[in-house]
Design a protein around this ligand. Structure first.
Ligand SMILES: [Ca+2]
Ligand SMILES: [Ca+2]
Length: 141
């Protein structure tokens, strides 16, 4: 596709290059889109701001939510402890239906996130958060 416009020299509207009937025919052609046919929000992505896609790791993470129920409560700290102390049942490979999941472990790894896995320190930090001793569980904050 190419655009047509007068730039200094009268290429479109000038008699030296075009005759008026040809210009009219071109602009009225089905194959020619004129400005008034374009959507008003052409450059606004349909009215929705373009949001930088987050990585899968950042999506739907709720720090401290070990059981992935959408809330951070004391039972999340308990589940962290259970998954450590009673791994046969509550570890990721455990037998209990309420065992911790890989996603739950990721959510709950709030203490030394980059360098450790799930430890009692994670459960402790979740409790400190619930007691408002720490302001956030986001390890990146
Ligand atoms: Ca929870
Ligand atoms: Ca940890």
């Amino acid at each position: 596709m190419t655009t047509w416009y007068d730039d200094g020299e009268k290429f479109i509207s000038g008699k030296d290059y075009q005759d008026a009937d040809t210009v009219k025919a071109v602009f009225q052609s089905e194959k020619c889109i004129t400005l008034d046919e374009l959507p008003a929000d052409l450059y606004k992505n349909g009215g929705t701001d373009i949001v930088e896609p987050k990585t899968d790791d950042d999506k739907d993470i709720l720090w401290g939510d070990a059981d992935c129920d959408g809330f951070v409560k004391m039972n999340d700290a308990v589940l962290v402890m259970q998954s450590i102390s009673n791994g046969d049942r509550f570890g990721e490979e455990g037998t209990d239906k309420n065992r911790i999941t890989a996603k739950g472990k990721r959510n709950a790894n709030v203490y030394e996130n980059a360098t450790s896995s799930i430890t009692p320190q994670d459960a402790l930090k979740i409790q400190e958060f619930l007691l408002q001793k720490v302001a956030t569980l986001d390890p990146n904050a």
